[in-house]
Design a protein around this ligand. Structure first.
Ligand code: AMP
Ligand code: TRP
Length: 349
């Protein structure tokens, strides 16, 4: 072990990813993309990735996948991510992800992956028929982050367990090859108020782009009327809003709508209750609809404008991939070298 290895410091670097699988929701925006944008004001290098290789862990129609990749890129840009400040790209364009994903499949243990709750949820009852990729998905996610030695990962609450696995993989690699601090321990950045936006139909389930009911979510591209009608029809209970947050316990739907209001207005749930406590949903829902439309409609409009010009989006993604690959290649060279894989990743060059 050299002294240099044991004192390695890692450049503050942010990595996060969003899957191109259907419409992005208000949950993706508040739980993830909005925080990606906020990090542009901080002293980090930033990589934001459309994780298309993750999407193919379940069957995808190729034409729909192409459209969805560009749509997530458009959502990134429309939300305020600036390709001059952040590296925006899609995962499949940079081979380091797949390379390191395989290596990490040889580092991670079956027992670790067996504990992943998302696999259990996604595979459902038919585990025997799930793809091997769906099972190994967290290894690829660890590779996404560690191929850049990213130190910080903004995500929603649901990704916390995957991030812990990434930390375990980094640690085991460092130990197995006796290279302390070779990989950093990436830290999750989770925004408390918007960590978990729940379904509009069931306050105990997360709002998800894969929910069969479109009424359960607000899509980033929904128009004003659709947003208003989904909020009007959102499930609630018959009680008025409480004036203290304690009163939201055991009221998941009310808690969720108050949380969405707080996240969109930039205040706390208590701020919202100080204003709306004692009022019924008949008064609160129209206010929430108006707020949601005022924040989300301009982003939706810009997304629609951007997706009219796929060549422009592709040019941004190609440029981002080039810059990402420049960061990843020397790290991959070191990985192969440390493992004894002669000429690894060099394609015979
Ligand atoms: P995915 O849609 O699974 O690709 O998720 C992309 C990002 O959005 C991840 O950081 C998730 O944690 C975040 N996210 C997805 N759904 C929600 C939700 N309902 N509430 C908060 N964050 C979410
Ligand atoms: N697994 C994440 C999700 O479903 C997406 C993702 C893939 C990701 N690779 C990542 C998030 C790396 C953060 C960092 O939401």
């Amino acid at each position: 072990m050299s002294a240099e290895n044991s004192t390695r410091t890692h450049t503050p670097r942010v990595f996060s990813g969003v899957q191109p699988t259907g419409n992005l929701t208000l949950g993706n925006y508040l739980g993830a993309v909005r925080n990606f944008v906020a990090l542009q004001e901080q002293d980090f290098e930033r990589l934001y990735c459309v994780v298309d290789l993750h999407a193919i862990t379940v069957a995808q129609d190729p034409a729909a996948l192409r459209t969805a990749i560009r749509e997530v890129a458009a959502a990134f840009i429309a939300s305020g991510l600036d390709p001059a400040k952040s590296i925006l790209f899609n995962q499949g364009r940079v081979t380091a992800h797949a390379e390191l994903g395989w290596i990490f499949s040889c580092v991670a243990r079956m027992g670790w992956l067996n504990r992943m709750t998302q696999f259990k949820e996604k595979a459902g009852k038919n585990k025997e028929n799930a793809s091997v990729g769906l099972y190994a998905y967290p290894n690829l996610m660890a590779a996404d982050i560690l191929a850049y030695r990213a130190t910080h990962v903004p995500v929603g609450e649901d990704q916390k367990q995957h991030l812990e696995l990434a930390r375990d993989i980094a640690q085991k690699f460092n130990n197995d090859f006796n290279v302390p601090d070779f990989f950093p321990q990436p830290e999750p950045l989770i925004q408390a108020e918007s960590a978990r936006i729940m379904s509009l139909r069931d306050g105990t389930k997360k709002m998800s782009k894969s929910d069969p009911s479109d009424m359960s979510r607000i899509n980033m591209t929904d128009d004003a009327d659709t947003v208003a009608s989904k909020i009007r029809k959102a499930k609630t209970d018959p009680e008025p809003l409480p004036s203290e947050t304690d009163g939201l316990a055991e009221r998941p739907e009310a808690d969720n709508l108050v949380g969405i209001f707080a996240a969109l207005s930039g205040g706390s749930k208590q701020d919202v209750l100080s204003e709306y406590g004692g009022q019924g949903f008949g008064a609160f829902k129209p206010a929430l609809a108006e707020l949601t439309v005022s924040k989300m409609a301009p982003i939706g409009d810009e997304m629609r404008r951007l997706t009219q010009d796929p060549e422009h989006i592709d040019a941004i993604l190609t440029d981002g991939a080039r810059r990402a690959a420049v960061l990843a290649r020397p790290i991959m060279d070191e990985v192969y070298d440390v493992m004894g894989l002669i000429g690894g990743g060099r394609n015979g060059a």
